[in-house]
Write a protein of this length. Structure first.
Length: 315
């Protein structure tokens, strides 16, 4: 209900699927805003009690991200359940700004924000992002707030852009107009571009390599220099961005060369850093496979460039 805070949380709601992986889909910025909600407890809750219950609350909210469990019977009156949380993640008009509870649903019942699951829930944002690029997913809401802030006249209106709801506009109620929420027809299709089987396999294999790199980073972070840690994090972010572009599989001349070139650059950087010892993996086959793949990618980049030139000439 606060635009700035929503910008730091919306990536968790941007998934158009609803499963346990959705629970792990968190914003880079949320840790810098969540303390606001916990601050009042500092006045009367002992730190040790707060720390334990904060973790319990966080762990509890993992398992409720599922469509497998339909109802928990009488527990639905007290606990936040998968059914209640599905409503919280829905973009149906009846789901907006409902069921805020973490562990207990009684607070929503008391304060009037409770809504039972009714029509089939369509997940995601009211205005879908339709991209797999992680940087864009993380920061596009802030860019939208920035542009709206400067385009809105009046100092008070500018403050309202920051601290009222994301649907607010001059002359509208704090949370915006309910009738402006896009209608759900039931025919909505999640963003899922058709990707060739070989590209799926390619992405899965290389994602597994990045996961292995991440696990190794967690295990050795105390022994690494800050520069090496930042370098590895940079490689991970670059890799996820490249995978996102590949998975979008846009067949127009504008995007496909961009994805292929970025993947070529990513593999070149990965290979160089791996050979220099800045990246480490338990997967011994990388020593040979990355060199072979590097040669393949050079050929791929040349073919992509030739295709681009050919299409430009035809135009």
């Amino acid at each position: 209900e606060v635009n700035l805070l929503w910008a730091a949380h919306q990536i968790h709601h941007s998934s158009e699927d609803y499963n346990l992986f959705t629970a792990l889909r968190q914003s880079l910025l949320q840790r810098y805003t969540s303390w606001i909600f916990n601050l009042p407890m500092a006045l009367f809750i002992p730190p040790s009690v707060f720390a334990v219950h904060l973790q319990f609350n966080l762990l509890y909210q993992f398992w409720i991200h599922t469509e497998v469990i339909t109802s928990l019977g009488p527990l639905e009156f007290i606990l936040n359940t998968p059914s209640h949380h599905r409503v919280h993640h829905g973009r149906n008009p009846y789901c907006i700004d409902k069921n805020y509870g973490g562990t207990l649903i009684i607070w929503d019942r008391i304060f009037g924000t409770f809504e039972a699951e009714d029509a089939k829930v369509v997940y995601g944002l009211t205005h879908p992002v339709n991209t797999f690029e992680p940087i864009l997913l993380q920061f596009r809401p802030l860019a939208h707030i920035w542009n709206t802030f400067w385009a809105t006249p009046g100092f008070c209106n500018k403050l309202s852009v920051l601290f009222k709801g994301p649907g607010w506009g001059p002359g509208k109620p704090r949370l915006g107009l309910p009738e402006e929420i896009p209608v759900i027809t039931g025919k909505e299709v999640p963003y899922n571009p058709s990707v060739p089987a070989y590209l799926n396999c390619y992405a899965v294999i290389h994602f597994a390599v990045i996961v292995d790199l991440y696990i190794d980073l967690l295990a050795t972070v105390t022994m690494l220099s800050q520069g090496t840690v930042l370098l590895r994090i940079g490689v991970m972010i670059l890799s996820l961005t490249s995978f996102g572009l590949l998975m979008e599989n846009r067949q127009d001349i504008k995007h496909m060369p961009k994805a292929g070139i970025l993947e070529f650059i990513r593999c070149s950087i990965f290979l160089c850093l791996y050979k220099l010892g800045y990246l480490r993996s338990e997967l011994s086959f990388l020593d040979y496979s990355y060199e072979v793949r590097h040669l393949f990618l050079i050929t791929y980049a040349e073919d992509t460039g030739n295709l681009l030139l050919k299409k430009n000439k035809q135009k």
